[in-house]
Design a protein around this ligand. Structure first.
Ligand code: HEC
Length: 214
């Protein structure tokens, strides 16, 4: 009897022990599931939100990247008007990326001869060729004459599709959008962030004149 009692007591202790072990195990599993859930769903969303609204890279790192890209892809070669200096024509730092100057005199485009392309106005921002005459756009954030009202998705779309404003007429030569279309999203956004950061210049750029029109 006493033996049976002893064993029963032992079994009771054992099951109590198991119960406690089980409870601890359940807590551990639930706990790690909770942690995993937190990282996957809550923290993940927080990180994602940070990337969407405000890039995970600090804002000025993005602008710096954009400045670098705009420099090496030569946007200014067409979009910054040249000014005459004692060392010859140089990009005008006061009109950085502001496009074809509205007051520049443009000689009438010559009759196109085959594939010859002509760059007029001395500012290097107007181009004539078989497509007609184009004027480099104002890329500064000026509200009415630049990219002021453009959104980042519009800009990315324009550069990827070669459509004016991302959805209108075809963007004409010599704007090399086909090359820029190959940039990563991150780089195109960096370019846009940089363009947003330059000094706005009020300069109304004339619209594209298709071939055969005045
Ligand atoms: C070889 C000259 C050239 C270079 C280099 C160039 N562009 Fe352009 N870009 C133009 C011309 C010309 C236009 C006007 C085209 C038209 O009216 O269809 C233009 C138009 C644009 C537009 C207006 C598109 C629209 O919706 O009408 C944007 C934005 C633009 N360029 C951005 C850039 C950026 C950013 C770079 C550098 C990454 C760049 N361009 C480099 C010549 C150039």
């Amino acid at each position: 009897m006493s033996d049976g009692n002893g064993r029963r007591a032992q079994r009771a202790r054992y099951t109590r022990g198991m119960g406690r072990g089980l409870a601890v195990a359940v807590m551990v599993i639930a706990g790690s599931a909770g942690v995993a859930y937190y990282y996957q769903h809550v923290a993940g969303r927080v990180v994602q939100a940070a990337e969407n609204s405000n890039p995970s890279v600090p804002a000025d790192a993005r602008v710096d990247r954009g400045r670098y890209l705009v420099t090496i892809t030569g946007c200014g070669d067409c979009h910054t008007p040249l000014t005459m200096t004692d060392k010859g024509p140089r990009p005008d730092p006061d009109r950085l990326l502001s496009g074809h100057p509205e007051r520049a005199t443009v000689l009438p485009a010559p009759k196109t001869q085959g594939a010859w392309v002509w760059s007029g106005a001395g500012t290097g921002t107007a181009f004539a060729g078989p497509w007609g005459v184009t004027f480099a756009a104002n890329l500064t954030p000026d509200k009415n004459t630049g990219l002021g009202i453009w959104t980042e998705p519009m800009f990315v779309r324009a550069m990827r599709t070669g459509k004016h404003w991302g959805e209108g007429r075809d963007i004409q030569p010599p704007m090399p959008w086909r090359a820029y279309a190959k940039m990563t999203d991150e780089d195109l956004k960096a370019v846009f962030a940089y363009l947003r950061s330059v000094r706005p210049v009020r300069n109304y750029v004339p619209d594209y004149v298709p071939a055969g029109e005045e």
